[in-house]
Design a protein around this ligand. Sequence first.
Ligand SMILES: [Zn+2]
Length: 250
Amino acid sequence: MAPRKNGHAICSGCQQPAPGYDRLAERRFEFVPLWGIRVFLLYKMRRVECKTCGVKVEQVPWAEGKKEHILDRFHIVAMLNKAIDEVRATEHKQLQADGYEPVLKKTRWCRLKRKENLTEKEEIKLNTVLQYNLKSVRAYLLREEFQVFWDYISPHWAGKYLDRWCTRVMRSKIEPMKTVAKSVRRHKPLILNWFKAKKAYSSGIVEGLNTRIKLTTRKSYGFRTYRCAEIALYHTLGKLPEPEMTHRFY
Ligand SMILES: [Zn+2]
C-alpha cells in the first residue's frame, strides 16, 4: 500500500495534518479477512514533523493504539450485550422472587388467557411481567438502534444520532444501559474519530476490492471453468502481471 498522492500525513500526537519527515521500514498489518483468508497490508509508516509534537509517527486507521481500540464497534457491542444480560438476569431474579417459575411458561400462560378472563390478581401479575419483559426487550431494541450509527456516512449526522440515542437510553430508566450511554457520551470524540477513520479506510480498501471482484466476476462469465475465473480474480486483486493474450477474452 502507498499513501494517496498529495495526501497529508496525520500526526498521531494531535491528529492534525503535518509535513512529512521520513518513512520507516515496511511493516505488516493484519486486516479484515477476505473469503476467510487472513489478509495483511504492507505499509511503510511515514513520520511527520509536527509543529506542536515534534517528530511523530503518522496516524493510520488500521494500526491504532490500544487506547483508541477500546471503543471500537466490537467493544461497544460487547458492552451493550453485557448490559442486556444484566437486565435480563435482574428481571429473571425478580420474576422468580415474585413467584413466577418457570418464568416463560407462566408468562405465556398469562398472555394466552384472554384479558377479561383473568382474575384481578392475575391481571396485576401479568402487568408486572409485561413491565419486566419490557425492560429486557427495550434494552435489546436500544442495542439494535445503536447499530444504525455505523450506517451513517457523514460523521456529523452520526454524531447527532449518537446524541439522540444516548438521550433515549438515559430516559429508559434501565440502569445497565444508562452506564453504557454515559460511557459512549464521555468518549464521543473518540468514537467519532474511530468512525471517520474506519469509514475512510474500509470504504477505500474494501469497496475497492469489492468493485474489482464484481468487475472480474462479470468478466468471468466468459470463462469456461471456475478455476479460470478464480485465477483471473487473483490476478486482478493482486495486481499480478497479466499475459497479453488474456485481454482477448475480455
Ligand atoms: Zn502533533
